[in-house]
Design a protein around this ligand. Structure first.
Ligand code: FEO
Length: 408
């Protein structure tokens, strides 16, 4: 049976959910699946904005067939050529051979790379600022390169103020029938996964997100329709302000993410002892993760949220314990910056971790290392408590007095 909803007069959500998928991009764990959103206009002209992953092709084509009710499809707008949204372009072109497939040069180049079908006769090239007149509805094209791939476009439906934002403002997690943010508890049910989605999928492209914000200033936006997750109408200011903050790599709040690698629990012991001392000193909002246990995407997400981090890991094969090296390399790749960092290393006969961690942080911008080398010999002893107190004082002072630090 078809499964769709009207989201505004003559505009329909025709997407679907995959709750079986274990990992998005075969990389990021999905605790509750993912939605693939697609939008259908039944105006004087008919149009679809983006298709869906081929995992949900049957549902998708059933939705389209029912709502089209025998009409022909005039336009298929391709805002994003990643396969999770392009899995049904070929199917729609086969069903509607006269359809104009709307994209830019990069969209069509990518289409040829991924697919065999020749759609050159269907191609309709658009440029930045072009308008597609559907009758009552008008779609303005805004180019958004690298949010998240180079061909990405967004559209503003200018008569209603609806932004079709491609991946931007998306979230991990399937939909529940509560399609709009105000029909569900967005802040508690989706926001953490929206942050994990942004930081890991779009996080590298903060400058490009800022460019799009400049372009969107010209439009009144009442509703935001992403390709993943709920549609925003009540919480749009929340997600816009968070995207502004995340894309400037500014923390949402003061707090400490402590993450460690630990073979036998000795580095973990130091981190737990330090965390208790930070708690005693009034530091709030601490999160602790074991990099060998928790998927790095959750740690990256918390790092985007909070102002400080404690990074603790042992030397391993005269290098850095590799699950930690992997997290730090991902932070470099994502262009993470503007955080305060304390480092703890551990070694039993030869020491390399502290040096390597410092080298990795030196490749990130504006990462302030708060402490000198804190290199444990296998396991901390009670008589070394002064050292840990000293480190706790440094971190707590930085967390609890952020303005003072900046004005010094
Ligand atoms: Fe949802 Fe960049 O794909």
């Amino acid at each position: 049976m078809y499964s769709a909803r009207e989201i505004s007069k003559n505009i329909y959500w025709v997407g679907g959910n995959d709750r079986r998928l274990e990992q998005f991009e075969n990389l990021f764990p999905l605790e509750n699946g993912i939605s693939y959103n697609s939008y259908l206009f039944l105006d004087e002209k008919t149009a679809i904005i983006d298709t869906v992953d081929d995992d949900i092709t049957d549902q998708y084509l059933e939705n389209i067939t029912k709502l089209m009710n025998g009409r022909d499809l005039d336009y298929l707008v391709i805002n994003h050529m990643e396969p999770d949204h392009c899995g049904n372009i070929e199917n729609l072109v086969r069903r509607y051979p006269n359809v104009k497939v709307v994209g830019n040069k990069k969209s069509f180049d990518l289409f040829k790379q991924f697919y065999n079908m020749d759609i050159s006769k269907n191609e309709m090239l658009v440029a930045e600022g072009d308008e597609l007149d559907l009758g009552e509805h008008k779609l303005k094209f805004i180019f958004a390169p690298m949010v998240h791939w180079p061909e990405v476009m967004m559209n503003v439906e200018t008569t209603k103020g609806i932004l079709f934002s491609a991946d931007a403002f998306g979230v991990f997690g399937a939909l529940t029938g509560n399609l709009f943010d105000d029909e569900t508890d967005y802040r508690n049910l989706y926001l953490d996964e929206a942050r994990r989605y942004y930081s890991n999928i779009v996080g590298k492209f903060g400058a490009q997100v800022q460019m799009v914000f400049k372009k969107l200033k010209d439009y009144d936006i009442n509703m935001i329709c992403s390709l993943h997750g709920p549609i925003f109408r009540t919480e749009k200011d929340l997600i816009l302000s968070l995207y502004d903050k995340w894309s400037r790599y500014e923390p949402e709040e003061e707090g400490v993410v402590l993450f460690y690698g630990s073979m036998y629990g000795n580095t973990a012991n130091a981190v737990d002892a330090l965390a208790n001392k930070l708690g005693e000193r009034g530091v709030k909002n601490m999160r602790i993760f074991d990099v060998s246990k928790t998927h790095y995407s959750y740690i990256i997400s918390e790092i985007f949220k909070y102002s400080h981090m404690v990074v603790a890991a042992p030397t391993y094969n005269m290098g850095l314990y590799h699950p930690m090296a992997s997290v730090l390399d991902d932070m470099i790749a994502l262009g993470l910056k503007n955080r305060k960092v304390a480092l703890i290393s551990n070694h039993s006969w030869a020491s390399a971790a502290d040096k390597i961690m410092r080298e990795k942080f030196s490749k990130m911008k504006n990462m302030e290392i708060l402490n000198d080398s804190f290199d444990i010999n296998s396991r901390m002893k009670d008589h070394e408590e002064d050292k840990l107190d000293e480190l706790a004082d440094i971190i707590a002072n930085s967390v609890l007095n952020p303005e003072k630090k900046e004005n010094e």
